[in-house]
Design a protein around this ligand. Structure first.
Ligand code: GLU
Ligand code: ZN
Length: 290
């Protein structure tokens, strides 16, 4: 079971299309299902209507998703995140942090200032999870071995934010488990979060899926394309052309010319080979220059 989990903070760009194409082909090539989850946990960053736009774009590009789209903002999901949070609390893993950004910023990792505060204070505070001083390693299908020692590389991280929102790290772990996701294929920008997610899976007794982190597309000067760096909205682009670019960027063989969308997908899935994707970044195809 695979998934694509866009955040509706902006329309899809070529980088998000790569994650969509790779996760879709990988799931379908294994006769698996492919779910779409709208990661709208960070409500202040979500733009109204962008979820619809993303779903319309996926449909226009010929992606066939299984099941309904899961929205993290649904009250039912919030309850589930609350249950996970209280499990962590009962395990004695949480503490309450009142540090300002300025107090934390000089340190490479959170210095543990509030570790002793086990009761929530009255004022504004974030909830952090205590991390272990041990290696957490994953074997990524593309990036091979990746490990972090959370105590040294990351520090106690936020699980429930000052603004009353659940942290992405918690939501994604709970959602992937609830949706039965066995294979996560996503951008390498999230590789760094994966050990935190694996740690939370271990705490919550959830299975760890297989991971494949695809390289990020970079522009001519080596900067990654992201919504923030004006990556072009692909909503109105020609689907077969962009799917071909995406397959090429993912190291896949080129489909024969002139295939209609549905045959293009069939061909791409039949020839899908994730082992052809290597490395950490791929140059942007010239014709997509912003
Ligand atoms: N919502 C994240 C993004 O749009 C993806 C998270 C994931 O795939 O785990 O970058
Ligand atoms: Zn603190």
């Amino acid at each position: 079971m695979g998934r694509f989990a866009p955040s509706p903070s902006g329309p899809l760009h070529f980088g998000s299309l790569l994650a969509a194409v790779a996760s879709y082909c990988d799931a379908r090539a294994h006769n698996g299902r492919w779910l779409v989850r709208m990661e709208d946990i960070d409500q202040p960053r979500c733009v109204p209507g962008v979820d619809r736009l993303i779903l319309d774009t996926l449909q226009r590009f010929g992606f066939e998703r299984d099941g309904e789209v899961l929205y993290q903002s649904l009250p039912e999901r919030q309850h589930t995140y609350a249950t996970a949070l209280s499990r962590l609390r009962h395990q004695g893993r949480l503490f309450y942090c009142t540090c300002s950004r300025r107090q934390i910023r000089p340190y490479p990792v959170y210095p543990g200032t509030c570790r002793k505060r086990r009761q929530p204070p009255r004022g504004e505070h974030a909830t952090r999870v205590l991390v272990p001083d041990r290696i957490i390693a994953i074997t990524d299908r593309i990036q091979d071995h990746f490990e972090q020692n959370l105590a040294q590389d990351c520090g106690d991280f936020i699980i429930f934010r000052k603004n009353g929102l659940y942290a992405y790290q918690l939501a994604v772990v709970v959602d992937d488990a609830d949706q039965g996701i066995t294979d996560i294929v996503r951008g390498i920008d999230i590789l760094d979060s994966t050990p935190r997610q694996v740690f939370l899976q271990q705490c919550l007794g959830l299975p760890t899926p297989r991971y494949a982190h695809i390289p990020v597309i970079v522009d001519a000067s080596g900067h990654k394309l992201s919504k923030q760096t004006f990556a072009r909205d692909i909503s109105n682009e020609d689907p077969p052309t962009l799917i071909r670019y995406a397959l090429a960027a993912l190291g896949q063989p080129s489909p024969p010319a002139g295939l209609p969308l549905s045959s293009l997908w069939q061909w791409a899935i039949a020839h899908w080979d994730i082992s052809k994707i290597r490395g950490k970044d791929i140059p942007q195809p010239g014709s997509l220059a912003v």
